[in-house]
Design a protein around this ligand. Structure first.
Ligand code: SF4
Length: 317
């Protein structure tokens, strides 16, 4: 039995039919690439804008969805789908365009929800009002990339936003009752295990609806790869990663859905760590570790004494 609240379990709790997530590249770019915020992007980002390795960019987003849908329906004809606007920053467009895109997605056959990946500094009040209105009638998840609460790390990896930006955007979304999933990365250069657990503890205290915990991987063709070749640092072994991921789970409240526990690189570009190719083994080991400790999600969760979305204040115990 799983020792954490998995995404699969979450979907089973909501829907009484099988649901699969389909990752899409809808042709966006990113303010951290085109100069609005920065150039070159985050140092680990690839030319696919951190989209899933299997996305076929040469197809329209609707064709991408139809292709995946047809494949998945062959496995189980009862499956319905959540379209995940994943690659690049999927709120980086005028509101009218976004409204048309999201409502078109929700109108496609067998679609029961959408998930929207973006940066915390790439939403406006108008966009959040739109997501709030859409949320009233459908499953909608807004996914903010945070990666770390440590501003020195965010600066080093060229995120071009701060933890304060995340708090502001998170508060604005939660004040509108939008479901929010936060992304963090374990293993960023310059971060110790203590730094990572501080991020997990603090993010847990925000009590997000969901979290994605990524293991850092290095791919060829990225700025991170160039940095790693000149300044190699210790990359977590599989055993180390399993332990740190299990400790992060302990720090999450039981209500937070764990959407992801490992990062997945494009296989033929992966430099390190080799073990990240074996997702299922790593996931099993993380759960086994929690069993071995007789622990589970929330075992070390420390509620914040006060967290007011409106004033964007958080006090730690
Ligand atoms: S915000 Fe996302 S899409 Fe933009 S550069 Fe960073 S990882 Fe890539």
């Amino acid at each position: 039995m799983l020792r954490y609240f998995s995404h699969n379990q979450h979907l089973k709790d909501i829907f009484d039919f099988p649901v699969a997530k389909v990752c899409i590249d809808a042709g966006f770019t990113c303010p951290n690439r085109d100069g609005s915020k920065g150039y070159g992007g985050c140092i680990y980002c690839n030319d696919k804008g951190s989209g899933a390795p299997y996305i076929k960019k040469d197809l329209s987003w609707i064709e991408q969805y139809e292709n995946s849908r047809n494949l998945l329906l062959k496995r189980n004809p009862d499956t319905k789908f959540i379209i995940y606007f994943q690659a690049f920053s999927n709120t980086y467009a005028p509101i009218d365009y976004l409204e048309n895109l999201y409502t078109s997605a929700l109108a496609l056959k067998d679609v029961v929800g959408i998930s929207i990946g973006t940066r915390p500094d790439c939403v406006t009040s108008g966009i959040l009002d739109l997501l709030r209105d859409l949320s009233k009638d459908t499953y909608l998840l807004l996914e903010y990339g945070l990666e770390s609460i440590h501003n020195k790390t965010l600066e080093f990896i060229n995120r071009q936003h701060t933890y304060g930006d995340l708090l502001a955007a998170y508060g604005e979304a939660k004040n509108r009752n939008i479901n929010v999933c936060l992304h963090i990365i374990n293993g960023l250069p310059g971060e110790s295990a203590t730094d990572i657990l501080e991020t997990a503890k603090t993010v847990g205290q925000l009590e997000p609806d969901g979290i994605k915990i990524h293991s850092l991987y290095i791919e060829t063709g990225t700025q991170l790869y160039n940095y790693y070749r000149k300044n190699p640092w210790h990359i977590f072994t599989e055993e180390e990663y399993v332990e740190i991921a299990a400790r992060c789970i302990e720090l999450m409240p039981q209500t937070t859905v764990i959407h992801r526990l490992i990062g997945e690189a494009i296989p033929d570009r992966l430099v390190v760590p080799e073990w990240s190719k074996n997702k299922h083994k790593v996931l099993n080991s993380i759960n086994k570790k929690l069993c071995e400790w007789k622990s589970r999600q929330g075992a070390k969760f420390i509620p914040a004494r006060s967290f007011k979305y409106k004033e964007l204040e958080i006090e730690h115990v």
